[in-house]
Design a protein around this ligand. Structure first.
Ligand code: HEM
Length: 157
């Protein structure tokens, strides 16, 4: 006979994250441990810290006994809906994405290896007494383009 299992989205489960109303998600199952928090031998703080996200790793890391796992089943209220989206702010992928973007930017900058700092307009009879000796020794390059002096900053990687 098929059993009816209530499905919850991670979004919904994560809203039950207080001492009075505390759900944890472990291995795809949702547990309402509100009534057990005060009795939990590992303390209520560790469980409260594990709400709002998948707590499987923390649960396994604590090395729970067989009897703890049996007791746990008495608090099961349903399962995580596998088709429900993860909570955006907890998605590791967004972190990964930003790293990818940073890498792309760094690669692009490497491709052009220098960034324009300023343009200096030159007059015909202007003698350029470069006060930039130290700059030339440093990371600034000067490139004349017609009557303009383009000051570039060499990038350090
Ligand atoms: C339905 C959920 C849970 C139940 C029924 C439960 C039950 C228990 C029980 C009976 C113990 C005593 C030791 C044992 O028999 O294994 C224990 C210890 C512990 N639990 Fe849980 N637990 C639950 C969830 C969690 C979660 C989500 C975490 C972590 C975020 C956690 C962390 C710990 C820790 C750190 C200990 C102490 C281990 C030690 O002192 O060596 N528990 N738990």
């Amino acid at each position: 006979m098929p059993t009816l299992t209530k499905l919850f989205s991670m979004q919904e489960a994560s809203q039950h994250n207080s001492k009075d109303d505390c759900w944890v998600v472990i291995d795809g199952k949702v547990y309402d441990v509100s009534s057990y928090l005060d009795e939990h031998p590992g303390g209520d703080d560790v469980v409260l810290a594990a709400t709002g996200k998948d707590a499987t790793e923390e649960f396994e890391d604590a090395g729970h006994s067989k009897s703890a796992r049996e007791l746990m089943e008495t608090f099961c209220i349903g399962e995580l809906d596998p088709s429900s989206p993860a909570i955006p702010e907890l998605e590791i992928s967004s972190k990964k994405e930003s790293t990818e973007i940073s890498k792309t930017l760094v690669n692009l900058t490497k491709l052009y290896w220098a960034v324009p700092v300023t343009f200096v307009q030159l007059k015909h009879n202007v003698r350029i007494a470069l006060p930039f000796g130290s700059i030339l020794e440093g990371h600034l390059l000067l490139m004349a383009t017609g009557k303009e002096l383009l000051v570039l900053k060499e990038l350090d990687f």
